[in-house]
Ligand binder design. Sequence first.
Ligand SMILES: Cc1ncc(COP(=O)(O)O)c(C=O)c1O
Length: 331
Amino acid sequence: MINWPNRLQLANLPTPLTRLQRFPDLPAGVEVWVKRDELTGLEVSGNKIRKLEFCLAEALDQGCDTVITCGGLQSNHCRATAIMGARLGLKVHLLLRGEPPAEYQGNLLLDKLSGAEVTILPSSEWPDHEEVVRKLQDDYARAGSKAYYIPVGASDEVGLWGYIAACAELKEDYQRLGLEPDAIVTATGSGGTQAGLLVGSELLDLPGKVVAFNVSDDAAYFDRKIRQDVTLWQQRYKTGFDADSLEITTVEGYLGPGYGMAGPEVFATIARLAATEGLFLDPVYTGKAFHGMVTELNQGASGPLNGARQIVFLHTGGLFGVFPQNQQFNL
Ligand SMILES: Cc1ncc(COP(=O)(O)O)c(C=O)c1O
C-alpha cells in the first residue's frame, strides 16, 4: 500500500519512451530506450518538475507564499522552481553558488526573467548555505511572509516521491511496449532521482536495476545520502519497505574535471547523438551519464551494465545548460 501525499499536476505526463534508432556507438544487440523527461515541459523541462509537484503541493498546503531553494549558478532545479513560482503566484528566492557572472545566460537568464530574487553565495561560503536559508526564512517571517524551503535539487523525503511516481508511469510504459529492461540509467547529482527510482522500483516491482552515474561527489556520498533520505521518507510516510535491501549502484569514473565541467569526449558524444537522433543532452548531467553508459556497454566483461541487452536511459533534461558552454563544441 502506497500512502501518496498531495500532488500538483505541473508536468506534461506521461513522457514518451522511445528507442534509439541510429546512434552508432552501441554494441550490436543492445537496445537503448530513452525516457523523455526532457519533455516534461518547455521552460520547466526535466526531472525537477516531477519532484516539485510534491514539494510545491506541500508548500501550498502549509500556507506558504514564498519558496526558497538553492543550487549552482546554472541550476536546472532553481530555474524550474523560479518559473513554477511565477505560474503559481509564489515568490521565489534563489540562493546560488558561484561568483557573480559577467552576463545572464542559460538557466540564470530564465531565473531572472521569471522574477526570482537571486542571492549569489561564493563557493567558499557554500558549506553554510543552510544557515543563510534559515536567516532568510526569519527575515520573511518578520515581514509577514511564510517561506517554504526546498533543499538542493529537491532531494529530500518529499521530492523523493517524484521518481516513485515516475516508476508507476514506467511500469505502464513497459507493459504497453512489451519491455523488460535489464537496467535504467540516470545521472545523479543531488541523489533524489536515483533514490526515487530505487524506492519506486522496489515498491512497484519494476524490472531492471537502477544504475546511476555521478556528476558530483562520489559513490560513498550517494550511498549515504540516499539511505538517509529513504529513512526520513519511511519515518514520515510510514510506507513499509526495507531500506537496507536497497542495492545502490553508483558508477564512478565519468565525473571528468569536476561538477559542471566535462572533457571533450562528452561534448563529442552530445554532438553525435544530436546529429544521429535529434536528441540533445547537456554537459553537466545527461551528457556525462550517457557517455558513461555507452563506454560501459562497450567495455564488455565486468562492470554494472555487463550483459545488459535492453536499457532505459532516463533523459533528465538540462538543455539550457548547453548554451553557457557553447565554446566547448568543436564546430
Ligand atoms: C538535467 C539534470 N539531470 C540530472 C540531475 C540529477 O538529478 P538529482 O539531483 O535528482 O540527482 C539534475 C539535477 O541535479 C539535472 O538538472
